[in-house]
Design a protein around this ligand. Structure first.
Ligand code: 5RP
Length: 222
């Protein structure tokens, strides 16, 4: 079993009958969703809230009952991957392009667990490009602003060179800034720019990190 599968399946142990569960996105969250699918097939009653079209498709195939975030008044637990995790459990997400829906779901969750391997642990955030989701109208002007701020922006592209569109119908501009000394303040500054929908800095949202390593899975404390 690979490390992503190990940690995804470990996280599924936190799911209890009757819960409303946020289902994350990415190659690690994939294994969590698969495990939840098996638990549902065995009779567990849960409702899933997905964080991307890709996860929705996966969950539907597995027969997991789903509701949208607008149809539930809370989410008990969300399990998701991350691209970088700092010692205070601030992190960067959005490598898979799902940051907006992931953050909407995380903010409505009573508990958020991240599932990662050791390669995701960092002292300071920013070596991984920081995704910023922007409305398509005016995106080139915003890109120029980011250039002027020396954020070294690049548009997220598809394999054919066209601009990547998120599930919300927006572009992603990846910023290259290292280190991000204060993710809370920097996140706030980004949100003030007109046209920015969301950014991939996740702060004060995650209560538990499950870390996979060749030695097994352990729980990290912030
Ligand atoms: C998607 C995400 C993912 O959770 C993040 O990119 C980690 O993915 P993976 O588990 O495939 O490394 O934020 O938007």
């Amino acid at each position: 079993m690979n490390q992503k599968q190990m940690v995804g399946e470990k996280a599924a142990e936190f799911v209890e009958d009757g819960m409303i569960v946020g289902l994350g996105t990415g190659s690690t969250a994939y294994y969590f969703v698969e495990a939840v699918g098996r638990m549902v097939a065995e009779g567990m009653k849960i409702v899933g809230v997905t964080t991307s079209n890709a996860t929705k498709l996966q969950a539907e195939k597995l027969g997991i009952p789903l509701k949208s975030v607008d149809e539930v008044d809370h989410i008990d637990l969300t399990v998701d991957g991350a691209d970088e995790v700092a010692p205070d459990f601030s992190g960067i997400k959005g490598g898979g392009g799902a940051l907006l829906f992931e953050k909407i779901v995380a903010e409505r969750s009573n508990m958020v667990i991240w599932i990662v391997d050791e390669s995701k642990l960092v002292d300071k955030l920013g070596a991984f490009p920081l995704p910023v989701e922007v409305v398509t109208y005016g995106a080139d002007r915003l890109f120029e602003d980011f250039q002027e701020f020396d954020y070294e922006p690049s548009f997220r592209l598809n394999d054919d060179g066209s601009r990547y569109l998120t599930d919300g119908g927006h572009y992603i501009i990846d910023l290259h800034i290292f280190p991000i000394e204060d993710p809370v303040i920097f996140g706030r500054q980004l949100k003030l720019l007109t046209g920015v929908v969301e950014h991939g800095l996740f702060t004060n949202l995650t209560s538990k990190v499950l870390l996979a390593s060749p030695q097994g899975v352990k729980e990290l404390l912030a």
